[in-house]
Design a protein around this ligand. Structure first.
Ligand code: KIV
Length: 303
């Protein structure tokens, strides 16, 4: 790849990223990069671009499957998309998001479902939402040898309990509870925590207190890393864009333009053009017409 190419890709083979590498990045104060992916091609592109970790988020439900919330997403939905991502991304650390009701009912179910992400989904770790109420489940999953990423702050699976997709930890009492939860999740064995939609000062304070890396979304630059929902970053999700998202492209507009151009081309007979045609050798065509005439399937040409 030429060095003056406008976009530089880490196309050389990268070594597989591990939980240890993520921890070392925090210690070296090197920002960790994480993005969500749900399909093979996107995972391949972000792996080549050099992202540290890929989350197959249950945001899948909203940005890919078109639901209003993440609640309808099932284990089967998640595993299907995890497998596609795992086929595309070979170096990034892969995290599968445990869907609503896959880890809340019992510790046994939580461990069994977490195991399916590694055995059947090709993931390296799982993520689940919640604080102190999740400790037993987290400990049991970690004891089964499965790395767990926690998720605090705005936890979308609790959208109805939280009264909507609202930022969290904005009062002193709520902030203290979040700090306590973060320490408890670290104590239960989480290798990392997502902090979503909380005040940046609070996220920085939690990040300093923890020895495990924090990955922020709407939580400011004091976290040890950042994550964005990829369709938000690419400008594909048309419904709404949270204030904390930076759009790096406007692919929704580009897609509408491209689809419109295709429709216009087909309607005008401009596509397919000569360069898109599959040719047949003349002698084979002559042979075909001769045989079709012999079999009475084509009238003999008088011309
Ligand atoms: O589901 C998801 O994409 C997430 C991120 C917002 C962290 O949980």
């Amino acid at each position: 790849m030429s060095t003056n190419s406008p976009v530089s890709f880490a196309v050389t083979e990268r070594k597989k990223v591990t939980t240890l590498n993520l921890r070392q990045k925090k210690e070296r104060r090197e920002p960790i990069t994480m993005l969500t992916a749900y399909d093979y091609s996107t995972a391949l592109a972000m792996d080549r671009a050099g992202v540290d970790a890929i989350l197959v988020g249950d945001s899948l439900g909203m940005v890919v499957l078109g639901y209003e919330t993440t609640l309808p997403v099932t284990m089967e939905d998640m595993l299907h998309h995890c497998r596609a991502v795992a086929r595309g991304a070979k170096a990034a650390f892969l995290i599968g998001d445990m869907p609503f009701m896959s880890y809340q009912v019992s510790v046994e179910e939580a461990v069994r479902n977490a195991g399916r992400f590694l055995q059947q989904g090709g993931m390296d770790a799982v993520k689940l939402e919640g604080g102190r109420e999740r400790l037993l489940g987290i400990r049991a999953i970690v004891e089964a040898g499965i790395p767990v990423m926690g998720h605090l702050g705005l936890t979308p699976q609790s959208v109805h309990q939280l009264g909507g997709f609202r930022s969290q930890g904005r009062t002193a009492s709520a902030a203290i509870r979040l700090i306590q939860d973060a320490l408890l999740l670290q104590g239960a064995g989480c290798f990392s925590l997502v902090l979503e939609s909380i005040p940046s000062k609070l996220a920085a304070l939690i990040s300093e207190r923890l020895s495990i890396p924090t990955i922020g979304i709407g939580a400011g630059s004091g976290c040890d890393g950042q994550v964005l929902v990829t369709p938000d970053l690419l400008g594909i999700f048309d419904r709404f864009t949270p204030r904390f998202v930076k759009k790096y492209a406007d692919l929704y507009t580009e897609m509408v333009k491209a689809f419109g151009a295709y429709i216009a081309d087909v309607q005008a007979g401009a596509f397919p053009a000569a360069e898109h045609l599959i040719e047949m050798p003349d002698d084979e065509w002559d042979e075909l017409t001769r045989r079709l005439v012999d079999e009475g399937m084509l009238a003999e040409s008088t011309g």
